[in-house]
Design a protein around this ligand. Structure first.
Ligand code: ADP
Length: 404
């Protein structure tokens, strides 16, 4: 009898532990462990329940981790994300979307997407997606961020065949769009530049074939014109190759100490014919022994381009002056002229590809409109910067810096 009641006591105690433990599990406390009895079926049951609690805790931790990962992605991703319910009310919005839509100082969750500052376009995409159950794609410029181009995809959330909401993902495609436009402009510009000399060559050749070949007086003029235009084409192709090389990112710098005075003198030698033709003198004002750290060939090209411009856009009897001054860990080099100068309105564009102040004059002087953009690229490749001080009627001082 004594033995039986002791057994019941033992059994009842273990049962009580199991019931208490199950209640804690049901309340979500999976860290609790039921004390395991010494033996028998109840021991097995306690162990099984403890194992189950451990597994549930593990799965919950994993799920929490996934949730945190998704939360971090939602919060920090560069794309703007807005989630709406089936009626177009915002249920979630990430910081990038708040920024792009101009949502400031209030909670957007619970509000109509259409009522947001930058919402109308997004809202119309969401409405279409909600109504059709199909993804909708559009591009637009949000009023809250002028100049920005957004590409938006609105995807319906479908559950058991019913549309429950919509996820809008907006990507900022301003950069790629700009690049695409630049590329289009570039192709258009190149085609135009090539077309002009080609048309002239074709015209002259046709005239020669049409009988001018035997015309002793005018024939040579057409031949001369064909030659001039082919030189022009050659210069253009050379400049295009230079610019594509400079822009390819593959251009390698072979930096070494360069004697600037000697190099400027060399460039002036190569430009002797241009200087003479324009009746312009050259003054090498670089201090003796002034050394810069640069890729010799590329620096030679920079000087050639700037000095050739200074010779071409000059006045009879004027001069081309090259000067250099040391400047906090760098050198600043100036190429100055006594030419017509450049009006303030043109200055911000002067280093752009194909930009010319006076198109006709530039062409007449054999210019391609690419020289200064090549200069800019080559100087930036050295880690330096370029600029110009000029005013109409006052001459120009182009400068660039070369960090040592
Ligand atoms: P281009 O082949 O036409 O000379 P650049 O890129 O070298 O092309 O120069 C762009 C334009 O900048 C020129 O067409 C000219 O209008 C202007 N420019 C360049 N250098 C000078 C200068 N030293 N003085 C006045 N205008 C200049």
């Amino acid at each position: 009898m004594k033995l039986f009641s002791a057994f019941r006591l033992l059994l009842g105690g273990q049962f009580g532990e199991i019931i208490a433990g199950s209640k804690r599990f049901a309340a979500g406390d999976f860290s609790y462990r039921i004390p395991v009895g010494s033996s028998g079926e109840l021991k097995k049951l306690s162990e099984t329940l403890n194992f189950m609690a451990e597994q549930v805790a593990l799965k919950m931790r994993e799920a929490e981790l996934r949730r945190l990962e998704l939360e971090a992605a939602f919060r920090d991703m560069p794309e703007a994300i807005v989630v709406t319910d089936g009626s177009g009310v915002i249920t979630r919005i990430n910081p990038r979307a708040r920024q792009l839509m101009g949502v400031k100082g209030f909670e957007a969750e619970g509000m109509w997407l259409s009522g947001m500052p930058g919402g109308p376009e997004l809202s119309s995409a969401a409405i279409k997606a909600l109504a059709s159950g199909k993804p909708v794609q559009l591009e637009f410029e949000p009023a809250a961020a002028p100049g920005t181009v957004l590409s938006v995809t609105a995807s319906p959330i479908v559950e058991n065949g019913a549309v429950r909401g919509c996820v809008l993902v907006a990507r900022d495609i301003t950069g790629p769009r700009k690049l695409e436009n630049l590329r289009k402009d570039f192709v258009a510009n190149v085609s135009h530049e090539l077309k002009t000399p080609l048309t002239a060559i074709k015209g002259c050749a046709e005239t020669l074939l049409g009988g001018a070949l035997t015309d002793k007086e005018h024939g040579p003029e057409f031949a001369r014109s064909i030659y001039d235009q082919s030189v022009r084409l050659e210069t253009l192709v050379a400049d295009l190759l230079n610019i594509s090389q400079a822009e390819s990112g593959k251009a390698r710098l072979e930096r070494a100490p360069v004697n600037l005075k000697a190099l400027a003198g060399e460039a002036a030698g190569a430009l002797a014919a241009v200087l003479a033709k324009n009746k312009v003198s050259f003054l090498n004002l670089v201090p003796d022994g002034f050394a810069v750290s640069a890729d010799r060939d590329k620096l030679h090209q920079v000087l050639l381009n700037l000095m050739e411009n200074a010779a071409k856009y000059n006045r009879e009897g004027g001069s081309v002056r090259v000067r250099a001054v040391p400047e906090r860990g760098a050198a600043r080099i100036f190429v100055e002229d006594d030419g017509p100068g450049i009006a303030a309105g043109h200055l911000p564009h002067i280093f752009e590809r194909f930009y010319r102040v006076d198109k006709a004059r530039s062409r007449e002087l054999g210019g391609t409109g690419l020289g200064l953009s090549i200069v800019k690229h080559l100087v930036e490749l050295h880690g330096g910067s370029v600029g110009v001080d000029s005013a109409e009627g006052r001459g120009s001082a182009f400068w660039f810096t070369l960090p040592s």
